[in-house]
Design a protein around this ligand. Sequence first.
Ligand code: ACM
Length: 565
Amino acid sequence: MTAAAIARVTLLFSLLVLAPSSLMARNPPALLPLPQSAVFGGGEFRLTPAAGVYADGRLAAARDAVQLLLAPATGYPFPGVEKDVPGGIRFLFDPGRPAEGYRLKVTPAGVEIHASAPAGAFYALQTLRQLLPPAIYARQPLAADWTIPTVAIEDAPRFAWRGMHLDVGRHFMPVAFIRKFIDLLALHKMNTFHWHLTEDQGWRIEIQRYPQLTAVGAWRAQTMTGSIMDLRRERQAYDGTPHGGFYTQEEVREIVAYAAARHVTVVPEIEFPGHAQAAIAAYPELGNSGARVKVKEEWGISRHTLKPSPETLAFYRNVLTEVMALFPSRYIHIGGDEVSKDEWAASPYAQQRMAQLDLADENALQSWLIRQMDDFLDANGRSMVGWDEIMQGGLSPNATVMSWRGMGRGLRAAQAGHDVVMAPTAWTYFDYYQGDRAREPQAIGSYLPLRKVYAFDPAPAELPAAVRERILGAQGQLWTEFMRTPEHVEYMAYPRAAALAEVLWSAQQQRDYAGFQQRLPSHLRRLDHYGVNYRPPGNDALGLRARLEYWLWTAATGLYFWWQD
Ligand code: ACM
C-alpha cells in the first residue's frame, strides 16, 4: 500500500471509528458507582433474541444472573450455549481477579466478562445494564433498541461491607418490598442488607419455640404521631390504629435465598438487652419486674431492659439458634444500643447478680451479657456485630463494632484490633431530613443532604494502615419511626443510597460530586423504570430556623453521645 493509500485508510478509519468515539467520550453512559476505569470505543453491539450465554463452569451461576437482570425487560430467552464461541455474552474464568471484581469488554462481536467468582460476573452484568437504555430496568418486556457501546471496563470494589440497614420494627414492611429493597441494593453493587428485625415497638420474625413473640410482640394497639422532640405531653397524639406484622420462617428463608441470588448477604439483628420491650410484652418473665408491659406505642428509648437471668440468656440463645438456622450470614447483629440501666440499678435481683459475678457497675453487667452472646455465636462459628455501646464496660473479644455515635468509637475499636463497620449518624442516617423541614415530610430531625453523604469517607487516608484495614466498610441507616410505607422508605433512601454506593464501591481519588451530579439524572431514569419513589435532587437548602435547629440537634446529640461514655 502506498503512503497516500495508508493516509486515506487512516482518515477513513478516523471518521468511522474515532469520530463516534469522541462523540461517545463526550456523552458516555452514566456509570454509577464509577468503575475503576472505562475506555469507550466507537462501535456498538446489539442484543438480539438470538443472543446466547456461554459460562465457564466455575461461573455457571452467571447464567441465572442474566435471566434475572437482562431477560425481564428484553423478553429474550438468553439460551445457554455450551461452546465458548464469540457473540452473545461470554463469562470467562479469570483467577487473577478479586471475587467481586471483573473485566467487561463489549466489542461489535459481543460481550465478554472476566471474573474469578459469580459475584464479579454479577457486578459486570449490573454494569452492562448501565450501558443499555434505561428501559432495561423495566420489569416486563418493552420494545427498545438494546444497543451497547463498545467499551473495556476494569473494576473492583473499595470496601467489602457495602450495606443498607432497614428497621422493620417501627413499621412493618411487606415481603414484596423487602425483595425490591434487595434488588435496589444489588443494582447499586451493595452486598449487605442489615435487617433490623426486633424492636420495642414490634418483634417481626417468627421464632417457633416462642410463638408469643409474634402472637403478642408483633402487634401494637396504636402509634404515637407527634414528634419525640415535642416535650409537651398533650401534643403527643396517637393514631388509634393497630399496627403490626411479622415474617414467617418460610418467608425469611425465601428472602435470604432471593438476596443470595443477588449476592446480597442478609445480616439479621436481634436486639439485646435493650430495645426489647416487645419481647417483654410477649414473655413478661424476660423483664426485670415480671410485670406485663405493652408493645411500645411511643418512639424514643424504652426504660424496660431484659432481666439479666440465666433464663433470659437461655431464651435468647434459643432464639439465636433458630436465627442461625435461617441466616447463613457469618455476621449476626445483637444490637446492644441504648440500653437503659435504670431498671438494673433499681432491681435487687440485678444487683445481686452483679455482686455474684463480681461486676463493678451496670455497664460491666451489659458488657458481661453481650459477652455471653459473643461466646455463643463464636461457638457456633458465627461473628457477633453490635452497635458501639457494646464497648461500654469492655468489648468482648470477637466483636465487630458498628460505629454509629460518630466514627471515633469505631476507630478506637479498630485500633484495638476489632473489625468495624462505619454507620455514623452525621453521614449515614437516612432518617434525617434531606431539606428544610417546612418542605419535607416529617422526619426524626437533623439534616443529611445528598452532597454530605457523597462527601463521606469511611476510612480516610490519614489513618494508619492497620486501622484502615479493620474498617470493613459502611452502611446507610433507615429507622422507620416516621416512614409508614415502602414509598416513604424509598423517598428517604434514594438517591442518598446511590451516593453511598459510590462512596463504598469507587476509589476515593476518583470521587467527584460534580461528576456524580452530572450522572445522577440518567441514573434516576433507571430508577423511574424500576418504579422507585426517590426524592428529586435539589431544593435542599435550609432556612434560618431549620439551620438553627440543625445546629442545636448536632450540639445536643454530640454532648449526649460524649456524656454516655
Ligand atoms: C441507634 O441508632 N440506636 C443505633
